[in-house]
Ligand binder design. Sequence first.
Ligand code: FPP
Length: 249
Amino acid sequence: MPLPTLLAPPAPLHVDTTPDHVAIIMDGNGRWARERHLPRTFGHRAGMKAVREVVEGAIEAGVKVLSLFAFSQENWQRPPAEVSALMQLLEEYIARETSELAGRGVRVRVLGDLQRLSPTAAAAVAHVVERTADNDRLVLNLFISYGGRAELVEAARRVARDVVEGRLSADAIDEDAIGARLYTAGCPDPDLLIRTSGEQRISNFLLWQLAYTELVISPVLWPEFGRQQLFDALREYQRRDRRFGRVPA
Ligand code: FPP
């Protein structure tokens, strides 16, 4: 008798078609906490554990770049107590995980408007970035105080400065010239974007870089998203037919 579908083993992950770059909008911490009658900050703390598990899963799957949207520019408008709890969690994550990340060959980069960070958060960020700078097994991009439109505005300013100061001619402005002035310069565009908690929005994340990225929306709230859910999303990606606007060969 065939196994009922629920008991069938998951399809294997094909290592050769693992996406190089996976980006994640980690959403649903607040709802996870509300379902348990807990303060929102408990949801963020549980979300930090999910970050740990997903980083491990990404290494295991052979992902090269993992980009996590941890704190948006818009998040500064949340109640001060929640902003402060999120910043403390970031510092705690760095304090707890830096050695482990460094030992596992993870290079951490932190991208966003970092001038808005408190001196202690900025120092923690500088420490983990510097300590892991020589690693190359997995690049972990943490987007903090980040907004996609703000990143494009900043890139436009850089282009304008380079034109005014004679380093770039107006006719030489092309997609590469813009890409080279984004926070993500030198990093390949995401192959896969996962958003958790069922919401179907980009929310000002990587507006330029997501042009041809495959989207997977997971209904799972972020604190419950782990290695298995990551692998499910990678399998879903492996079933996609990426055409980049062209017709199939
Ligand atoms: C969105 O859930 C999540 C955030 C705004 C913060 C993400 C932070 C973490 C996962 C923990 C810390 C991360 C690191 C890298 C240390 P939400 O609060 O919008 O949830 P809701 O939509 O259910 O209210």
